[in-house]
Design a protein around this ligand. Structure first.
Ligand code: URA
Length: 219
């Protein structure tokens, strides 16, 4: 490489150009602050706060969920409510330390409708998803994970394309460019709902089996 020429990053190269790029941690903190002021869609208005991603700025593994929930909205961090607790338990079973992974969502604000005093989760629409994607893209550019795990169909569609069929392709690694690999599994809330709908043990075991594949990612 020419000494003064532009730096060409090879796929999988996670190093930074110290002369031009801020350290990943500082850049991520800057992004988080900017996201807190985001008004790109109306969701900020009723939400308590932006729920930005959390985890090491140099994590090689990133988990992407759908949308901050009620607890996350109040707490300000992703996956801290019931779905997060289920995820934590499943990660512990397969020996993945949550503290070592970067965890985020496609949608950074809680969208809900009021039923009495209860705030019931509402799906974000296409314009809201579109408006929020800038933050996920920025997080990926900054953290540069080598492996990305999608939790649920929305994250899978965003990362693997609109035609991605979750039930057919869950638990498999796909190369997505830049030396990066992506695997999708069901959302932990789907597993939780099976406690009521039936088949919980099977649904949970299948989720854990998908996460066990995350333990053995492609090189
Ligand atoms: N569901 C999600 O998709 N993300 C969270 O952070 C919490 C629940």
């Amino acid at each position: 490489m020419a000494a003064n020429g532009p730096r060409v990053r090879k796929p999988g190269d996670r190093s930074r150009d110290a002369a031009t790029a801020p350290p990943a941690g500082a850049e991520l903190a800057r992004l988080g602050r900017a996201a807190r002021k985001c008004r790109a869609c109306p969701l900020w208005e009723h939400a308590t706060q932006t729920v930005f991603g959390q985890g090491p700025a140099d994590a090689s593994l990133m988990f992407v969920g759908e949308q901050a929930g009620d607890r996350e909205d109040l707490d300000g961090h992703p996956f801290v409510g019931p779905a997060g607790r289920l995820l934590d338990g499943a990660l512990a079973e397969v020996g993945i330390e949550r503290s070592g992974i970067y965890v985020t969502n496609v949608i950074k604000h809680f969208k809900f409708e009021l039923r009495g005093k209860r705030r019931l989760h509402k799906r974000a629409n296409a314009a809201e998803i579109d408006a929020c994607l800038r933050w996920l893209r920025a997080e990926i550019d900054c953290v540069r994970p080598r492996h990305v795990v999608c939790l649920g169909a929305l994250a899978a569609r965003v990362m693997l394309g609109a035609a991605f069929k979750l039930q057919q392709n869950r638990g498999r690694w796909f190369e997505i460019g830049d030396g990066r690999w992506c695997l999708a599994t069901v959302h932990p809330s789907f597993v939780l709902r099976s406690r009521i709908g039936g088949g919980y043990e099977e649904t949970y075991r299948a989720f854990v089996a998908d996460l066990a594949r995350v333990r053995r990612p492609p090189a």
